[in-house]
Ligand binder design. Structure first.
Ligand code: HEC
Length: 211
């Protein structure tokens, strides 16, 4: 129950992607497919993801990542009654328009809720200073009590240092890395990845050690 609520309330924010299957197709089914069926008078087929992406007589209706240049978006934001506005004389709600716009700008992927990104239980900041020598600081903030592991990898994917591996409470945290490995030796200059895993959510960022 808690998870469902989170998804519903966060999906229009940065934390979660709009789901085509669960959020976009239902809008088309309710407002568009009475006319936009394969081979119908309006050649654009809005009954399936593949149909939507294949476009209509004017070519592509969706330009992935760019709602302002996507014909479908241009048509749904036209004022009611204006030539070409969709659905004709029966506009979508602002919320539905925003959802479609966000979906296009997020890449117009064919995702269902179960595949889309779940809200994160933490935020992870960029290290500072960066580039750095001899040490750098990384801040993160937990929104729930979690088993935390904070690790550093080199670009070959080899773990060089574990900085945290314990239960931590909600709130802001800080780690400092002195460019050493788990045996206390200094590591060579180069790009490193730091990774925070909280429960089953993982996020990584890059940093550069200079000598
Ligand atoms: C009452 C029937 C009807 C409904 C409902 C309707 N459309 Fe249309 N649509 C048309 C017709 C007819 C055309 C072709 C004429 C034109 O381009 O205006 C068209 C054309 C389009 C085009 C241009 C396709 C191309 O390649 O030129 C887009 C995009 C579009 N509709 C999107 C939608 C969307 C999105 C919805 C639902 C939110 C919708 N339409 C609902 C009848 C409809």
């Amino acid at each position: 129950m808690k998870k469902t609520l989170c998804i519903a309330s966060l999906c229009s924010t940065l934390f979660c992607q709009v789901s085509y299957t669960n959020q976009i197709q239902p809008i088309f089914n309710a407002n568009c497919t009475s006319c936009h069926v394969g081979g119908g008078a309006a050649t654009l087929d809005l009954t399936s993801y593949n149909g939507v992406m294949s476009g209509g007589v004017s070519g592509l209706s969706i330009i992935s990542g760019d709602n302002e240049n996507s014909l479908l978006y241009i048509r749904i934001i036209l004022p009611e009654g204006e030539a070409g506005s969709m659905p004709p004389n029966d506009p979508l709600s602002q919320e539905e328009i925003n959802l479609i716009g966000d979906w296009i700008n997020e890449g117009a992927n064919n995702l269902a809720i179960k595949d889309s990104f779940l809200p994160q239980s933490f935020t992870l900041e960029q290290n500072y200073p960066n580039p750095f020598n001899p040490s750098t600081t990384i801040l993160y903030n937990l929104s729930s009590d979690e088993l935390i592991s904070f690790e550093i990898f080199n670009l070959n994917g080899k773990k060089v240092r574990t900085l945290v591996n314990e239960y931590q409470n909600t709130g802001p945290k800080k780690v400092i890395w002195n460019a050493d490995d788990n045996h206390g030796r200094q590591v060579p200059a180069g790009v490193y990845l730091y990774s925070l895993i909280a429960g089953n959510v993982k996020q990584s960022k890059k940093m550069l050690l200079v000598k």
